[in-house]
Design a protein. Structure first.
Length: 437
């Protein structure tokens, strides 16, 4: 018996019926208006998607099924003797809108462990790539190679009833999430450690086993991975990677190919690659000033020089948030408890004291506060994971939890092919002329 699938089936069936009735009665209701700034500006803020797993508030930040990050840290099950939430628990919550018990999370850990074997063909494809290929390139290639094992693709070819799409997608998603740490760790070890791979430990939870296969032995790093993979998991449906997975998934591409598309999106410097850019900028900063303990005046000078060069301060600002990112705060709290007297961590904290005032004084920055990327790199460096070109892969492993949960819901709800209407600038001019006449 698969208790998570049974719960999902019951929840999805009930909500599908509710949505059908809602659309029949209120389907022509106008939800909002679109401005030309939104048409030309990347559809910013246009309400045109449904995402059940999380909601992003400009002030409160991310809420997973209504729970804030501080609440989840208190409510989600933890590993024995640990303090940080287990990502398995968040996946359960996102999928079925229920806080799981310790036993349910233990079941999910064991279920993912039973599905975690990766085909040799995937490793062979990875080994055919140059060892210095960017880790995100390797991850996306691996995901497409893994799609050869897609249950959805096989069942669709056999003539699967569309009412079963969610079931096959659930199986693909569970298999994919189970395998991801093994694949991601393989990429790390072949790229930075001469292909000296570390076998998985069947006694560890999903995040701790990932930390183990990366080769970082500090037990506190396992705690960090549990927190990191939890807080990066989802950010409502409109961010670039989640939207890409949804868009590709709406064509009925399988979960592997949908996630590969989302990871290509995550690899962009305006999205997930930002976490790499932050620590790179900090390394350049300490090299420029000649010390790992710069004064705040030195930080101000470097920040102003960065801005004068027409560059942004990486890790600051957000498309939606108008307060410090709660994910930044969660990482800061972790560092305050687990990490003492780390120079790079202190630089991050000092930047938090300095950057918002400088950006705020410019008068044109809507959000001068740090986002999630501002802190994560410093924590990873502290535990020896200094290869920052790999950081976006960590982000991607976590984000799979949210976007694949949403993909299961999209299939269960029978959401159609996504196909917005585009217009030309000439059309806009004519529209404006007609409405001014």
């Amino acid at each position: 018996m698969n208790p998570l699938k049974e719960k999902f089936a019951a929840k999805a069936s009930a909500l599908a019926g509710e949505i059908k009735a809602l659309l029949k009665e209120k389907g022509d209701t106008t939800v909002g208006e679109v401005t030309l700034k939104q048409v030309f500006g990347g559809m910013r803020g246009v309400k045109s998607m449904i995402c059940e797993t999380s909601v992003l508030d400009p002030i409160e930040g991310i809420r997973f099924r209504g729970y804030s990050i501080p609440e989840l840290k208190k409510l989600l099950p933890t590993a024995e003797g640990g303090k940080e939430p287990l990502p398995e628990g968040l996946f359960w919550l996102m999928l079925v809108d229920e806080l799981p018990t310790q036993d349910q999370v233990k079941w999910l850990t064991e279920e993912w462990r039973s599905r975690s074997e990766v085909s040799q063909a995937t490793f062979d494809v990875l080994d055919s790539l140059p060892a210095d290929a960017h880790p995100m390139v390797q991850l996306c290639v691996a995901l497409n190679a893994m799609s050869l094992d897609s249950i959805f693709t096989a069942r669709y070819a056999e003539g699967m009833n569309k009412r079963e799409y969610w079931d096959a997608t659930f199986e693909d998603s569970m298999n994919l999430i189970a395998k991801l740490p093994r694949v991601a760790a393989y990429i790390y070890r072949r790229t930075y450690h001469n292909g000296e791979h570390i076998a998985p430990d069947p006694n560890l939870d999903w995040a701790a086993n990932f930390a183990h296969m990366l080769g970082v032995n500090d037990p506190d790093f396992k705690s960090l991975m549990r927190l990191y993979l939890t807080i990066h998991a989802d950010h409502e449906g409109g961010n670039a990677s989640a939207h890409t997975v949804h868009l590709i998934g709406s064509t009925l591409s399988n979960a592997y190919m949908s996630l590969a598309g989302g990871m290509n999106s995550l690899a962009g410097p305006l999205h997930g690659l930002a976490n790499q850019e932050v620590i790179k900028w900090i390394f350049e900063l300490v090299e420029k000033v000649g010390t790992t303990k710069p004064t705040k005046d030195q930080l101000r000078e470097y920040i102003n020089q960065t801005l004068a060069n027409g560059q942004v301060i990486p890790g600051y600002g957000h498309a939606v948030l108008r307060q410090p990112d709660p994910r930044f705060t969660a990482q800061k709290v972790f560092a305050e408890e687990y990490i003492k007297d780390d120079d790079i961590v202190q630089v991050v904290w000092d930047l938090f004291d300095v950057v918002p005032d400088i950006l705020g004084a410019l008068g044109k920055v809507k959000n001068p506060w740090p986002n999630v990327d501002a802190h994560s790199g410093a924590l990873l460096v502290h535990y020896g994971l200094k290869e920052y070109s790999y950081y976006t892969v960590l982000f991607g492993v976590s984000r799979a939890l949210g976007v694949l949960s949403s993909l299961c819901w999209s299939r269960a709800m029978g959401f159609p092919l996504e196909r917005p209407k585009s217009v030309s600038t000439e059309w806009v001019k004519n529209f404006l002329n007609d409405n001014q006449a």
